[in-house]
Design a protein around this ligand. Sequence first.
Ligand SMILES: Cc1cc2nc3c(=O)[nH]c(=O)nc-3n(C[C@H](O)[C@H](O)[C@H](O)COP(=O)(O)OP(=O)(O)OC[C@H]3O[C@@H](n4cnc5c(N)ncnc54)[C@H](O)[C@@H]3O)c2cc1C
Length: 304
Amino acid sequence: MHDVIIIGAGPAGLSTAFWCDELGLDTLVLEQSEQVGGQLHRVYNPINNYLGLKASNGEELLAQFTAEVDSADFDLWTQTSISSVDLMAKRVSLASGEELQSIALVIATGVRQRELGVPGEKEFAGKGMIESGARDRELFAGQDVCVVGGGDAAVENALLLAEVCPTVTLVHRGKKLRARPEFRERLQSQHCITVFTESVLTRIMGGERIEAVEIQRKQGLKPFQLAVRGVLIRIGVEPNAELFREQLETDPGGYVVVNSQQETNVPMVFAIGDVSNPVAPTISGATGAGATAAKVIASRLNAK
Ligand SMILES: Cc1cc2nc3c(=O)[nH]c(=O)nc-3n(C[C@H](O)[C@H](O)[C@H](O)COP(=O)(O)OP(=O)(O)OC[C@H]3O[C@@H](n4cnc5c(N)ncnc54)[C@H](O)[C@@H]3O)c2cc1C
């Protein structure tokens, strides 16, 4: 029996574990990946907005987090696959058959990139699919590329790629781009970027690598093919909450609903970080929520 089981070891889960240790709680962290850090592994931009620490990318910030966390005394199991969770009973069943029990559960499972779900998207992973404009743009320098999405992430990536690519085609389903005004303004002055609104990318094609995409402009019009060598998709994220969704309250987007103490509608089950933050997901938000959950759990256990 543990005091606390934390599911997920991104910034939110690590922060909770760190605080739980400081507050004297017996803590176990379960992480499905080989490594801790969550989305930090995919942050290639400088992180200048985490007060007190600056880092040239997510890996560098993570190194600073883990240096602190390594000195803490909690159990961390990576590559751990959870088959089911009974939230009321605070029981976690692992794919290995092992059953774990705690007094409090903390859900810190974050979000994942939403997929487009079109033919070619999975097949061309590593063969022309661009993971990040910041990381991959030198690889795609001199090549025509396509970016899908209309928010900040899509437009920011299109702008980065436009610095090195002869053409960038931005395909957005909606009538207007949702990106912040500053990015939209910069788009106007980038003549190599073509924006197709009310359009969808319907297929990614090629041989060994991506050679073209199929785009459907406005409903009813015939799709056309565009020769490109790279495709980057940024159409938002979705919460990793499938394991719990049937047992607690979620919002229409599937995010876990919490109160000001980070507690869900199931007593002693907490949710922190991006999985419960559809509005303003940030590293500082995630670590702060982790601190809140740990302090609330400690005060409840100490009051017993
Ligand atoms: C490209 C990019 C740039 C960003 N730039 C910034 C920035 O400059 N500043 C900023 O503040 N934020 C930035 N962010 C956002 C920031 O990275 C996130 O807000 C933060 O990582 C959220 O932390 P988290 O712990 O809630 O979730 P995550 O980082 O998503 O971590 C969740 C963890 O849970 C694990 N997990 C999921 N499901 C399970 C399961 N079933 N069992 C066990 N483990 C599970 C995952 O493997 C992962 O390790 C950026 C994000 C991206 C993608």
